[in-house]
Design a protein around this ligand. Structure first.
Ligand code: IVH
Length: 682
């Protein structure tokens, strides 16, 4: 058979089986048979590179990680949906529709669909081929995440029988529950923080810069909308027909949608799925109700935020009542002391819960939660339950308000929090709760650069009590290391292989000894002082010359240093004021670690490019932590504060942004996507 014809045939077969497997969950062939088809195609394409096309199933994962995502504008804004929380609000929606369309008592035909709890996506097809995938962003502008979208096997790279010109298909990317559970199991084993729910995990994946990692997450998608700015005529007459059409083109459509004659049928559908949703392999947080007749939709139009022809019914969160036995504090690996509730075990939405997050001390005070209270607990979209409120009528007379401890729950050091922050943190670099992560950082390449002292060895050293602080590392002897069993990950797989350290132990000891001579700037960075990144560490070293010079500098002198803002300065002071840290530095000096710099002296102070600008950060940034973002702003003379006001210059908006974004819009504060922010600080 001629290769061109065979390639075409293979691609069609592969897409057919992808569709059976990833969309309909009804495979017709085994994984092995599928792989064989894919390998044959790969081989043929390798032999005939000129026949490779971008919509070939072999082209799902692009070769290399992408740069930051470019901002793209949506042809038509991606609106959000108004919400209805009960039957009455659904009937009120129906009234508005009938009134708006002057329909009198004629019942309206609706389509009810499950509301997928994922993140919205806009797929652009041109001549039947997928040419772009973009996130919703702020609705007007989103981020181009095409390389990541292409890895989602449910999304066809080319459509079967669709019209030729350019149009947009909208839908939702989500993480199936099975994939979510697998990912969290893996994270638990690797001691990484767990995702609270599949949506967060999906959002994180979509904004990852490495498509090969995204491919491994196992994302999926559903589509439900078609937007064609210039060719309304090509749309069918009803939404139901559109959904059938999308399916026939090979697009994934959630199959439980139903045409409803009038709002009462919609209400019945909502009631059915309030319980039925637990059987699904994806999270749904409600039902979307849409007017079926597309011409009628046009007549109804939209407000600035929502279409008038649709609404989202939100399933009630499942709640239970139980006793709040005790409020305890957990210490995370960054030193964050977070209160949590110890509950009288209670069964809620499929599992028994005995603990719930309480977020922070302010939240507890606002809700006035007290030990001994009977409380309402809730599982909303999250796997982790939360405490909603106390039932005041059941409060024991002797219950007293809770106060946040002032000492770290793990080491007893005094807790501190940044101005305008809610989280209390332990500043002791040797705190046992922090030690694992802080020691890994201490040894990392940009810090003390101790090759061989990685995650696995650090674990062993701490477990065997060979190291209780950074300075203990300098007392290690090769004989103590030889018998440790470390489990490095194989470079090209996820597999961990345990092995004895043996002679390598001696190399590690040599590396440790060598690191004593490092410049002060590396040591300052390695100490893991909050907000002090590599750049700030270098600046501090250059300006103050010795460790003592930095630690003894008064707050005012620190603040005056070029590129050191008030947050960094306060953090350095807090570190220096913690007695454990002073003792640690002395111990390091006694071990022979260099405490001076050979870098040129820092020149006089000067204002940075962001001088006078105030920033607020919200949501999760994908390519940097909040601390890194704050440090970057301050290094350029800008200021970071916790809440949005009229004086705020910019709001940097990450994924899952909350009320700060609403506030910024209200006040007309300029918002920046992560991409825009990075351009600003380049
Ligand atoms: S229709 C004009 N249908 O919910 C808005 N949205 O809360 C058209 N969503 O931004 C949206 N499942 O990301 C629609 N079956 C569904 C949906 C759905 C989930 C999301 C969508 C939207 C958000 C609004």
């Amino acid at each position: 058979m001629d290769p061109l014809a065979r390639i075409a045939e293979l691609r069609q077969q592969i897409r057919h089986h992808e569709e059976r497997y990833y969309i309909h969950d009804e495979p017709e062939i085994s994984d092995e048979q599928f792989d064989r088809l894919l390998h044959e195609l790969e081989r043929l394409e390798a032999e005939h590179p000129d026949l490779v096309t971008p919509d070939s199933p072999t082209q799902r994962v692009a070769g290399r990680p992408s740069e930051a995502f470019a901002t793209v504008e949506h042809v038509v804004p991606m609106l959000s949906l108004d919400n209805a929380y009960n039957e009455d609000e659904l009937r009120a929606f129906d009234e508005r529709v009938r009134k708006g369309a002057a329909l009198g008592d004629t019942p309206v035909t609706y389509v009810a669909e499950l509301k997928i709890d994922g993140l919205s996506i806009a797929l652009t097809y041109e001549n039947g081929r997928l040419v772009r995938g973009a996130t919703r962003g702020d609705g007007v502008r989103g981020e181009n995440v095409s390389p990541n979208v292409r890895t989602i096997r449910a999304i066809p790279l080319s459509l079967r029988g669709a019209p030729g010109d350019r149009f947009e298909i909208r839908g939702e990317v989500y993480l199936p529950r099975a994939s979510f559970e697998r990912i969290n199991r893996e994270r638990e084993e690797a001691d990484e923080p767990l995702f609270a729910n599949p949506r967060n995990a999906a959002a994180g994946a979509m904004r990852n810069l490495d498509p090969s990692l995204v491919a491994r997450r196992g994302l999926s998608a559903f589509t439900y909308q078609m937007v064609a700015a210039d060719r309304q005529t090509a749309l069918p007459a009803t939404h139901a027909e559109l959904l059938r059409q999308l399916s026939s083109w090979g697009l994934p459509v959630e199959r439980h949608w139903r045409t409803c004659a009038g709002i009462e049928e919609v209400i019945a559908f909502c009631a059915e799925w309030a319980d039925g949703r637990r059987e699904l392999d994806f999270d749904t947080d409600g039902v979307v109700i849409k007017v079926d007749d597309l011409a009628l939709r046009d007549r109804l139009g939209s407000t600035a935020k929502f279409p008038r022809w649709a609404t989202a019914f939100k399933f009630p969160a499942q709640q239970a009542h139980t006793r709040l036995l005790k409020i305890e504090v957990n210490v995370g690996r960054t030193g964050a002391n977070t209160p949590y509730a110890v509950l009288d075990p209670v069964f809620l939405a499929g599992s028994t819960i005995s603990m719930a997050t309480l977020h922070n001390a302010e939240d507890i005070a606002r809700k006035d939660l007290r030990e001994g209270d009977t409380v309402i607990v809730e599982k909303a979209g999250d796997v982790i339950p939360r405490v909603v409120a106390p039932i005041l009528s059941l409060r024991p007379p002797d219950a007293s308000p809770w106060t946040m401890p002032t000492a770290c729950a793990a080491c007893g050091s005094e807790l501190r929090r940044d101005e305008e922050e809610v989280i209390w943190r332990c500043e002791n670099a040797s705190c046992p709760a922090r030690l694992r992560r802080s020691l890994e950082h201490f040894a990392s390449r940009s810090a003390m650069n101790i090759e061989g002292l990685g995650e696995s060895l650090v674990d062993q050293l701490i477990e065997r009590d060979l190291v209780r602080d950074f300075a203990d590392v300098y007392a290690l002897e090769a004989s103590a290391l030889e018998n440790l069993v470390v489990t490095p990950r194989e470079p090209r797989s996820e597999r961990a292989v345990p092995r004895k350290l043996g002679k390598v132990g001696r190399n590690v000891v040599e590396e440790i000894a060598r690191s004593k001579g490092n410049d002060l700037s590396k040591l300052v960075y390695g100490l893991g002082i909050r907000h002090v990144g590599e750049k700030a560490a270098t600046t501090l070293a250059k300006r103050f010359r010795t460790m003592a010079g930095i630690l003894d500098a008064p707050l005012e002198s620190l603040q005056k240093v070029r590129d050191i803002g008030p947050v960094v300065a306060a953090s350095v002071r807090a570190f220096a004021d913690e007695p454990h840290n002073r003792a640690l530095v002395d111990k390091l000096a006694r071990a022979g670690v260099n405490m001076t710099t050979a870098l040129p002296e820092e020149a006089a102070e000067q204002a940075g490019p962001l001088a006078g600008k105030t920033f607020v950060l919200t949501g999760t940034l994908e390519t940097m932590t909040r601390e890194e973002a704050a440090a970057a702003i301050e290094a350029r003379g800008g200021k970071v504060v916790g809440s949005v006001s009229r004086k705020t210059g910019y709001l940097v908006v990450g994924a899952d942004a909350g009320s700060k974004l609403d506030k910024a819009r209200e006040l007309g504060v300029t918002t920046l996507t992560e991409g825009e922010f990075k351009a600003l600080i380049m």
